[in-house]
Design a protein around this ligand. Structure first.
Ligand code: DSN
Length: 410
């Protein structure tokens, strides 16, 4: 019996069609290769593997061990790391493991605030990281909307954290990791960097690599790295034991070996020269899009971008982020509403949207396509309630995207 479950398959088909027909500009999303998809659906989905290679709790591990070792080797080689753990189910558990490896509940931590571009797991009050630890949040400078490293140092010297946890969800500028290491050293803290968003850019050489400077580096594997949904952690050898113990048995049970198989494929793809081109193209596309939006009267937080994403301040167009995101989706441009630093507006209706170029770059769009996208975006922002504008834009987007194949072969 090999009957298709039509009820589910119809939903999958509709999602496939939706993804192909819109500009997917949520910076954390991408398009995996056919081989990554195949590995996710491989027989490894059937197998349990609690533990680590040669130290498992169930029998039948010969292929799991080979796979996990290969994946860790590829990760260490790509990033220049001493140790890799590839078992994290995703970014939040990876961050949880980093804290568990380096500090105890109640210890002081410093992380980047949410409106400054940090993530919930960097010490936000309602997250485990803000509950279990004594969390202090550092913010970007009010004028530059960038990290001011002297301010960070002064803040850390006062707080004296056990861990300085710096990473990004919506911070568009390259971090100075050497300076962050110095700050951590000056106040006796461990340095953890979360490169979930930029991991693929790091591998491509289009963004600085924190591995030489950080005690632990966490990431998700499905954003610019273009692998399966999952997490990965790199660390210095001295933290390897504590980190592995934090992931298993500290947080998780059996790793998802099909996810690890898909990650191994993605890391193999990331080692190819074409991945370098892809990474640099993402950044070129983002920089050009930011310029084009500025030329059309919008303001980009911090004045621009060094990576794949930007937060756009919409106040000049008299529209809030949520209204804009809903209108843009109707027009075939999918993004998310986002707070700007020190946002005067409430979180459900913040002043900005966040845009990113990874998915559209994977589809093959180049800098010269950005003015057209900027025109569409601004057209919608200036008439978010005009159904004719939204329908007309959606039709143009759909037609335009027919020229760019949705899948890729790594
Ligand atoms: N949800 C991710 C993002 O969109 O940035 C962060 O976890």
């Amino acid at each position: 019996m090999n009957e298709i479950d039509r009820e589910v398959q119809n939903i999958i088909d509709r999602e496939w069609e939706r993804q192909q027909s819109v500009l997917r500009m949520i910076p954390s999303e991408n398009i995996v290769s056919d081989n990554v998809l195949k590995a996710l659906g491989s027989c490894f989905v059937n197998k349990y593997a609690e533990g680590y290679p040669e130290k498992r709790y169930y029998q039948g591990q010969v292929n799991n061990d080979a796979l996990e070792r290969l994946t860790c080797e590829r990760a260490c080689r790509l990033f220049g790391a001493e140790h890799a753990n590839v078992q994290s189910y995703s970014g939040s558990p990876a961050n949880m493991a980093a804290y568990m490896a380096l500090c105890q509940p109640g210890d002081r931590i410093v992380g980047l605030g949410l409106n400054s571009g940090g993530h919930l797991t960097h010490g936000w009050k309602v997250n485990f990281s803000g509950n279990l630890y004594e969390s202090h949040q550092v913010e970007v400078n009010r004028d530059t909307e960038r990290l001011d490293y002297d301010e960070v140092e002064a803040f850390c010297k006062e707080v004296k954290p056990k861990v300085l946890f710096i990473g990004t969800t919506s911070y568009s500028r390259a971090f100075d990791f050497a300076r962050l290491r110095e700050i951590a050293d000056h106040c006796g803290a461990y340095l953890v960097t979360d490169i979930a968003h930029v991991a693929g850019l790091v591998v491509a050489g289009a963004y600085p690599n924190p591995v030489p400077y950080a005690d632990i580096v966490t990431m998700t594997t499905h954003k610019t790295l273009r692998g399966p949904r999952g997490g990965m952690i790199l660390c210095r050898q001295e933290h390897a034991k504590a980190l592995d113990r934090a992931v298993f048995p500290g947080i998780q049970g059996g790793p998802h070996m099909n996810q690890i198989a898909a990650l191994a494929i993605a890391l193999g793809e990331a080692a190819k020269p074409s991945f370098k081109e892809y990474g640099h193209q993402i950044v070129k596309n983002a920089a050009r899009l930011a310029d084009e939006l500025v030329q059309r009267g919008l303001r980009i937080v911090s004045g621009g971008t060094d990576c794949h994403l930007m937060v756009v301040d919409l106040r000049a167009k008299n529209v809030d982020g949520k209204t804009a995101a809903i209108a843009l989706e109707k027009a075939g441009i999918v993004c998310n509403f986002n707070a700007i630093p020190y946002d005067p507006n409430p979180p459900r209706h913040p002043s900005g949207i966040r845009l990113g170029t990874p998915s559209i770059t994977t589809r093959g769009l180049k800098e010269n396509d950005m003015p057209r996208i900027a025109d569409w975006i601004v057209g919608v922002l200036e008439a978010p309630d005009d159904q004719a504008v939204l329908d007309n834009t959606a039709a143009q987007v759909r037609e335009f995207l027919k020229g760019f194949p949705y899948h890729h072969n790594g």
